[in-house]
Write a protein that binds this ligand. Sequence first.
Ligand SMILES: [Zn+2]
Ligand SMILES: [Zn+2]
Length: 265
Amino acid sequence: MVMDSKGGRQYRGCTEDSGYNRQHRPRGTQTKPLSIAMTDSAPAPDSSDAIARDIAANIAEQRLPPGAKLPEEALARVYQVSRTKIRSALVMLAKDKLVDLIPDKGAFVSKPTVEETRNIFFVRRTLEAAMVRQFVARATPEDYARLEAHLEQERQAVKDANMQVRSSLLSDFHILLARIVGNEVLTDILEKLAGRSALITMLYQSSRDAACSHEEHSAFIAAARAGDADRAVELMEHHLLHVEQALMVEPPSGPRKDLLRELLS
Ligand SMILES: [Zn+2]
Ligand SMILES: [Zn+2]
């Protein structure tokens, strides 16, 4: 974290080395088979809930890339359960925006577009900047204690490199701020927006940028705790802009194979 010494309030954070939109991360996990039903030791998940979690993990690891079709029949065979169980797992995933259910076509791994991403972050920046002022005015020492505990969980998740857990914790930070402000309408809207951003970051955020996000959350809390509302707003605006810019939302360069279908053929 860098403070501008020339009296300016420019916050640079970790923007400079984040390498956003320049480097492509190697997707080392792409060639791995689905974890499901592939190991002898662990039994395949068989409840809708567990199946949904397993599919979510595969989406997070990009073994099921954005846009991949999720045929019920094939999944039922892989997990060795009924199609009804698969269907309810897919409905759960659709609620979390991880899967799109298209009538007459079936289920697909969600594929957020550049435009959708921009729109989501535009709205978030606007709402959250306003929220920060209220937050700074209202947060109590107990609230800060809760946030510190949350930051500790984030730190651990960033270290563990579990993309799914990491993305949802980084996203929950913002929801927690909204809850503390106590505006239910705002919390509700932000939950939806942050949920959609969490999916996008899970798919497109590098570990390094996730670590930056965590650092920026800590810097934000420090400024808010010191009662510096202007600085806190600035840090939040920078943070959301940084997260957005560091995402590599772009179509894959070549035709992707449908790994699930390939596995089952
Ligand atoms: Zn930054
Ligand atoms: Zn954040």
